[in-house]
Design a protein around this ligand. Structure first.
Ligand code: GDP
Ligand code: MG
Length: 152
């Protein structure tokens, strides 16, 4: 792909991120530094039912109930970013996450691995639709984009 096509492909790839309040600035800054564009953000306390919808693909796992209980136990900062990527987040188990990743640097146990990131561009779309109304997503061109993606 030529550089410009890659840039446009990247624009269509989104990541849904959810974090607990403790390290908001640090975590957002890692995505910002990498050039991910923030297109939606809000703070909310999800209900247990909402958490079950969010994690529906894990409903048969033994930790499902605890996981949904944790997500709904207090405020969550929900964010939508363009573009998609999981490398910054690190492996599910923080003990196996590389240093330099968010989980590798900031988390210790798997049930409290500090950040949720969508599993792929398709699930990102579904999760952004679950957490945000269409009018809560903003569309803009940031000044840094032409330097990061090569788009004018
Ligand atoms: P992720 O995409 O890396 O977040 O991992 P998954 O989608 O597989 O799992 C969602 C979340 O469930 C993880 O981030 C963990 O918080 C939790 N989880 C996954 N596996 C385990 C496990 O074996 N034990 C417990 N207690 N929690 C887990
Ligand atoms: Mg996942």
């Amino acid at each position: 792909m030529v550089q410009e096509e890659e840039a446009h492909a990247a624009e269509n790839e989104r990541t849904f991120i959810a974090i607990k309040p403790d390290r908001i600035a640090e975590i957002i800054s890692r995505f910002e530094r990498k050039g991910f564009k923030l297109v939606a953000i809000k703070i909310m306390v999800p209900s247990k039912e909402f958490a079950q919808k969010h994690y529906h693909d894990l409903k048969d796992r033994p930790f499902f109930n605890g996981l949904c209980g944790f997500l709904s136990s207090g405020p969550v900062i929900a964010m939508g970013f363009i573009k998609y990527g999981r490398k910054l987040i690190g492996a599910t188990d923080p003990q196996r996450s590389e240093p330099g990743t968010i989980r590798g640097d900031l988390a210790v146990v798997v049930g409290r691995n500090i950040i949720h990131g969508s599993d792929g561009p398709e699930t990102a779309k579904d999760e952004i639709n679950l957490w945000f109304k269409p009018q809560e997503l903003v569309n803009y061109r940031s000044n840094a984009e032409k330097w990061i993606y090569g788009v004018n």
